[in-house]
Design a protein around this ligand. Structure first.
Ligand code: MN
Ligand code: MN
Length: 307
């Protein structure tokens, strides 16, 4: 029984680690087409940096950085605190990140200028910038679907207020939670089907190869490669070789596949390359987020389970 509980912690860590690795891996091929990628790399499958941001190998981008802002906010407050999330976004933006999406920039600026914590609904906010950062909230609300829905949408609307973005955030969050709790791929597919019933445009079969920053394209790409491959590595390699918004499709696929396959399935050649500071912060945050969650009190702490 304790084995199961420990498994939850390990999968939670693999979730955030997978997200960061997908970001680092995908940054290389962001905004490229599949044929440009083929021409240049054959199959891109190494954490080598580069890309349009000219990243050093293993560096992550806004997807992971904004996720870590949310993790920091929760851990600083010891609870959900949306103003703290916004504050963390502000200090991140002030640190002059290499990349920041236009919609995210506007949202953070509106918080700084007007204290606005919810953007007005807009048909233009259907980018993937809110869905890319659902990892920490999913861990923190483990075991309570209403709490997940509430907080995942609150963090989203700091920058993006659109029904497609909201639905994508909730679905990605639920799939992450199901995976962390050890559910089958069929059960995760069931969750995707629930999304298709409300928003048929997310159906990914047949997959049309579009992998842009439009959240519908992003999730279709993630779904296609997650549901048609059998390992963390194959899923991520498929996603980032599709190009487009590859660091973000990589991040979201990495969150779900990391949680689903667990840490031992993440290639060590990738983990070794990941920015050590990011890796450290993920390792120290994942367990604490889960322990603060509704499920947290049922999880045995390693130090109280020696007998
Ligand atoms: Mn990015
Ligand atoms: Mn991106």
């Amino acid at each position: 029984m304790d084995g199961i509980r420990e498994d939850v912690l390990r999968r939670a860590e693999a979730c955030l680690l997978g997200g960061a690795i997908g970001d680092a891996l995908g940054a290389t091929t962001e905004f490229m087409t599949p044929s440009e990628i083929r021409e240049r790399y054959g199959v891109h499958r190494k954490v080598i940096g580069g890309g349009w941001l000219k990243l050093r190998a293993g560096k992550v981008t806004d997807d992971t950085e904004m996720s870590l802002c949310i993790a920091r906010a929760i851990l600083l407050a010891g609870r959900w605190d949306l103003l703290q999330v916004a504050t963390q976004f502000v200090s991140w933006m002030r640190s002059k990140p290499l990349d920041i999406g236009a919609t995210c920039r506007r949202g953070i600026r509106d918080y700084m200028l007007f204290g606005r914590t919810e953007q007005p609904e807009s048909e233009w906010d259907a980018g993937n910038g809110a869905a890319m950062r659902v990892g920490p909230v999913s861990l923190f609300t483990l075991g309570d679907d209403e709490l997940l829905q509430k907080h995942v949408v609150e963090q989203a609307r700091l920058t993006h207020n659109n029904p497609l973005s909201d639905a994508a955030c909730i679905t990605a969050g639920r799939m992450i939670q199901l995976a962390i709790l050890g559910h089958s791929k069929n059960r995760l597919y069931e969750q995707a089907r629930e999304l298709f019933r409300a928003f048929p445009q997310f159906r990914f079969d047949p997959y049309d190869g579009q992998a842009s920053g439009y959240v519908v394209h992003t999730l279709r790409t993630v779904f296609h490669f997650f549901f048609t491959t059998r390992s963390f590595e194959d899923c991520l390699v498929g996603v980032v070789n599709q190009g487009g918004d590859a660091d973000t499709t990589g991040s979201i696929a990495g969150l779900i596949a990391g949680a689903f396959y667990g840490p031992e399935e993440i290639p060590s050649s990738w983990t070794r390359k990941l920015d050590p500071a990011v890796q450290q912060e993920i390792i120290s945050s994942a367990g604490r987020l889960v322990r603060l969650s509704p499920l947290g009190e049922n999880i045995v702490r390693p130090d109280s389970n020696q007998a």
